[in-house]
Design a protein around this ligand. Structure first.
Ligand SMILES: Nc1ncnc2c1ncn2[C@@H]1O[C@H](COP(=O)(O)OP(=O)(O)O)[C@@H](O)[C@H]1O
Ligand SMILES: [Mg+2]
Length: 412
């Protein structure tokens, strides 16, 4: 797939931008000029999410406030398997003046965010991706969710339904806690049954899919990581759900979860199988959840552990090891996404070359061969080989404006 046109209005430091491009794109500019913002805009078109989890209002140009109707618009035209796809996202302020309404159109027709995700797919590399390794579980869940939602609409629907149900279920659990009910009573079981059933139905789809996806990611990541470490390290990925979904005996599951043992093999999970163990877990832990006034089991409590030679990289990895693992994970995502959909996603690389040594650079550039379109940013064109530069359209980015550069010299 290929993006051919990008149009921005009041998106971060872009007042107005109309940009046409063909294939590979290289964006050069000093710091704080708008390179990351441009990639963020493309990622926003693909996922309708901002790169960082914070409020949407952050992406609206500060100066938009001075407009009669402050709004932010991101639009693009893409070629996907010979089809033309037009996407438009508009953010307008709500009456409260703080939050924004998001309107999405695909080929001119209003759609939900869920219908957008997966149409124009993108994998984004950022210098701060190392947080996938050294950050909290929330970062890793977010990573899995964004990747999986782009591949699998059923996953995206299940995730969204699950999140809605958990909110409802939590407020019921809080009410039950305040009422100091007897958790063992049939009346309480009956009250929870409705929400339990829905939560398990959607949650089991999410858990099974994450598990199976991680097995697949691992297959690709191991190969990349072996190359990055010169064969010295074996990477493994371990899915850590908040309860034993039934793949291992309980005692073994606990040893694996606590990092005391590695699982023998990873068999695929089915949603039906997970639903079974999930339901039993809830029944056995009802009292505990009521005391907590909160849902304690489910995909919102999952984690993903990355190990090198059996050691947890979050706890024991050096910066270099963590960086390699993050890169291996991203390249694995690119491959898994290409395989699952039969079409390579857009590859967005934000200022990543400067962070990488020679070997990691060439591995990354090697991965570009299978990608139809790559959009890269850099402060220094010399980070790229002359060959790479002749194969790219080069633009300069300065103060929210983009201009053509011809092999590194501004066009007349
Ligand atoms: N909502 C916003 N409105 C206007 N300017 C913004 C907004 N958010 C960020 N900026 C500006 O964008 C610039 C950073 O752009 P960025 O794309 O991160 O730069 P870089 O070229 O270094 O990647 C900063 O000057 C910042 O002040
Ligand atoms: Mg930047």
């Amino acid at each position: 797939m290929r993006l051919a046109h990008l149009s921005l209005t009041h998106f971060r430091n872009y007042r107005r931008l109309e940009l046409d491009f063909a294939g590979r794109l290289l964006l050069q500019g000093q710091n704080a000029q708008g390179k990351t913002n441009l990639l963020e805009a493309i990622f926003f078109l693909a996922t309708s999410r901002s790169v960082h989890a914070q409020a949407e209002r952050e992406i609206v140009d500060w100066q938009a406030e001075a407009e009669p109707i402050p709004y932010c618009r991101v639009a693009g035209a893409a070629q996907i398997a010979g089809r033309q796809l037009e996407i438009e996202i508009i953010l307008t302020p709500r009456a409260d003046g703080v939050n924004f309404v998001k309107q999405i159109k695909i080929n001119g027709v209003a759609r939900r965010a869920m219908d957008l995700v997966g149409q124009l797919r993108a994998v984004l590399f950022l210098p701060e991706d190392i947080r996938l390794i050294d950050g909290g579980p929330g970062e890793r869940r977010r990573y899995l969710d964004i990747a999986l939602c782009q591949i699998d609409p059923a996953y995206c629907r299940a995730l969204s339904s699950f999140q809605q149900v958990v909110t409802q279920r939590n407020s019921l659990l809080k009410t039950l806690r305040e009422q100091e009910v007897n958790a063992g009573s049939t009346a309480v079981a009956a009250q929870l049954a409705f929400w339990d059933e829905r939560m398990v139905q959607h949650g089991a789809v999410v858990i099974a899919r994450r598990h199976n996806f991680i097995v697949e990611l691992e297959r690709h990541a191991v190969v990349r990581h072996t190359e990055l470490s010169g064969g010295r390290e074996a990477l493994s990925l371990l899915y850590l759900p908040s309860f034993n979904p039934g793949q291992l005996p309980d005692a073994e599951f606990e040893l694996v979860r606590d990092g005391l043992q590695s699982p023998a093999t990873s068999q695929p999970l089915t949603a039906a199988g997970v639903a079974d163990t999930y339901m039993r877990k809830l029944a056995a832990r009802r009292a505990r959840e009521i005391v907590a006034g909160n849902t304690l089991y489910g995909p919102h409590r999952d984690d993903l552990r990355l190990l090198a030679n059996g050691r947890d990289l979050r706890l024991f990895g050096s910066r270099g090891q963590q960086r390699s693992a993050a890169l291996a994970l991203k390249l694995a995502e690119l491959q898994a996404m290409t395989q699952a959909t039969g079409d390579a996603p857009l590859l967005l690389l934000d200022d990543v070359m400067s962070e990488l040594d020679e070997q990691r650079r060439s591995l990354l550039l090697g991965a570009l061969a299978g990608v139809e379109q790559t959009i890269v940013t850099t402060t220094d064109l010399d980070d790229f080989t002359p060959l790479f530069r002749t194969q790219a359209q080069i633009f300069s980015v300065a103060a929210g404006a983009v201009a053509t550069l011809d092999n590194g010299t501004p066009a007349p």
